[in-house]
Ligand binder design. Structure first.
Ligand SMILES: [Zn+2]
Length: 59
């Protein structure tokens, strides 16, 4: 019997809006750095800061 292949972990990026304080999670994208500013908030158009980058394994 063959062992099933392990899937690579999927990293996620956590963002927090500096204006309305909403938190969001999306898939990690190239160039994401913790505590850097990224896209604008979809709710209030404020700046969103990356608070955490987290790798999740897909088992
Ligand atoms: Zn906002």
């Amino acid at each position: 019997m063959k062992k099933s292949e392990r899937k690579p972990s999927t990293p996620y990026t956590f963002l927090k809006c500096q204006s309305c304080k909403i938190s969001k999670k999306r898939k990690f994208e190239d160039g994401d750095i913790v505590f850097s500013m990224t896209q604008n908030c979809s709710d209030c158009d404020g700046k969103m800061m990356i608070t955490k980058i987290f790798g999740e394994s897909m088992d």
